[in-house]
Design a protein around this ligand. Structure first.
Ligand SMILES: Nc1ncnc2c1ncn2[C@@H]1O[C@H](COP(=O)(O)OP(=O)(O)OP(=O)(O)O)[C@@H](O)[C@H]1O
Ligand SMILES: [Mg+2]
Length: 451
């Protein structure tokens, strides 16, 4: 059997633990004599378990803490002299971060057992966290069928140069998708310029977008390059395009038709090579129908390729994944004892309707990791306690589907992913169960081979 890797942090040197030879029979030991070395080892190699000899005089406890937490999946076991336990800061460190501790002289049999358990716990934790490859593409997390479709569209749109119109509710990732298209396109080396059309100050829109020449108006002491020209060779992202004042729309249209701009006060039109991606959370078709809402000709110019960002509630499969992703992202802000989400927190997230989509999820998770003072995050930490959860109003058909889906997920979970067993419990055939799993796009894992 291949030996399991153990990181051994000990300021006294590698062989300072009597009986280490016995551990070496079972463990492939990598020794570090200081925190920097330990950090480097952790960053360059996967460890499930670390054994650290903590000293009473340890002055840099927060530096220690950083190292113990930088291996996200690791479980740590401490060794220390009994008097060290008098120090409350050391006690707190052990309680919050360590899987187990042993006082010296250590009983090697017990230590071996403890390291074995720590390894098992770390392996369990690793298998419940989504791995990099499962997350999605271009910084965009998502494995649901809708997101897979979206990634496919982004790839296709990146390979051509036509304008794209991105529509989707607030917080669904419109800007992220625009950046993803840019980064994958032949313009990736060029600039990606974001213009928030809703936030441009009224009288200045023209000069912001198109720039001006020196002396174009009082106060114009120097030539100013506008945002469109600044995007030359790259991509211009026109965010909140639905908020562009009606009068300005015609100027933008001219630029799109001719690929030239006029700086305010300029004599000659200037050629600019820019790809335009626009985004809105408004219903532009409706705005087109309104008088002085949105110009139809501009709408057609922008709406060549179209990307629809699905709302978070339409892609249930991604909620948990995103929650873990941001849980890890905010590791630095996390109270050290927080290990993950409790079952009720996950349930509450699955039931919430997420009107603010991914941005709302980020805010809730961030708040929870900071506020939570227990090992597992609760619905209260997320601000999703039952009383406050606004339930979506469903049609009867939707309610039946939701109940059916929940029952199937519950049975599969209870049966550890064993389909025959779950089918028996639900009193349907395996074929029916497979059909329903397909229908509701339920993802589940077959029983693991055992850790
Ligand atoms: N699939 C995703 N994976 C990871 N992060 C995401 C995903 N979708 C959105 N985000 C993050 O959510 C936040 C909101 O995304 P973004 O700003 O792109 O949304 P938006 O649709 O432009 O929102 P708004 O309409 O409010 O401007 C950002 O921090 C973004 O990085
Ligand atoms: Mg945005």
């Amino acid at each position: 059997m291949e030996k399991r890797k153990l990181l051994y942090l000990n300021a006294h040197g590698t062989d300072a633990l009597p009986g280490l030879g016995m551990l070496k029979e079972q463990w492939d030991i990598h020794a570090a004599t200081n925190l920097d070395q330990a950090r480097q080892l952790i960053e360059h190699s996967d460890f499930n378990v670390g054994l650290a000899w903590l000293e009473e005089k340890e002055s840099k406890l927060s530096a220690c803490e950083d190292v113990f937490l930088c291996g996200k999946q690791m479980a740590w076991v401490a060794l220390l002299e009994r008097p060290s336990l008098q120090r409350s800061s050391l006690r707190r460190l052990i309680h919050q971060i360590f899987f187990d501790y042993h006082t010296l002289p250590a009983d090697l049999d017990r230590l071996t057992l403890s390291l074995g358990h720590a390894y098992g716990m770390a392996a369990l934790r690793t298998s419940t966290l989504p791995s990099e490859g499962q997350q999605g593409e271009y910084e965009m997390v998502g494995v649901s069928p809708l997101m897979r479709e979206l990634f496919k569209s982004i790839r296709k749109m990146a390979s051509v140069d036509a304008p794209v119109l991105i529509q989707g509710e607030s917080g669904t990732g419109k800007e992220l998708a625009a950046a993803a298209i840019h980064e994958r396109s032949r313009r990736a080396k060029g600039p990606f310029v974001v213009v928030n059309c809703g936030a441009l100050p009224g009288g200045l829109i023209q000069s912001e977008l198109f720039g001006y020449e020196r002396g174009a108006f009082t106060g114009a002491q120097r030539r100013k390059i506008g945002r469109i020209e600044a995007a030359h060779g790259g991509t211009l992202f026109l965010d909140e395009i639905g908020d562009l004042p009606f009068d300005m729309q015609v100027n933008l249209l001219r630029f799109l038709q001719e690929q030239t701009i006029d700086r305010v006060g300029g004599r000659e039109p200037i050629d600019v090579d820019v790809r335009v991606i626009a985004a809105t959370n408004k219903d532009l078709e409706k705005a087109v129908a309104e008088k002085r809402g949105f110009r139809e000709d501009l709408y057609f110019r922008l709406n060549v390729l179209r990307l629809h960002m699905p709302a978070l509630r339409e892609r249930q499969d991604d909620i948990e994944l995103l929650a873990w992703f941001f849980f890890n992202r905010f590791a630095a802000e996390r109270s050290p004892g927080v290990k993950g989400f409790g079952r009720r927190a996950l349930e509450a997230m699955n039931q919430h309707s997420w009107p603010g989509n991914v941005r709302e999820l980020i805010n809730r998770v961030r708040r929870a990791v900071v506020l939570c003072d227990k090992p597992l995050i609760t619905p209260v930490d997320l601000g999703l306690e039952r009383r406050q959860t606004v339930r979506r109003i469903m049609t009867l058909a939707q309610a039946r589907d939701a109940a059916e889906r929940a029952a199937i997920m519950g049975a599969l979970r209870q049966a550890d992913g064993n389909v025959s067993q779950a089918a028996r419990q639900l009193n349907v055939s395996r074929v029916t169960l497979y059909r329903l799993v397909e229908k509701y796009r339920i993802r589940f894992e077959n029983p693991p081979d055992g850790v």
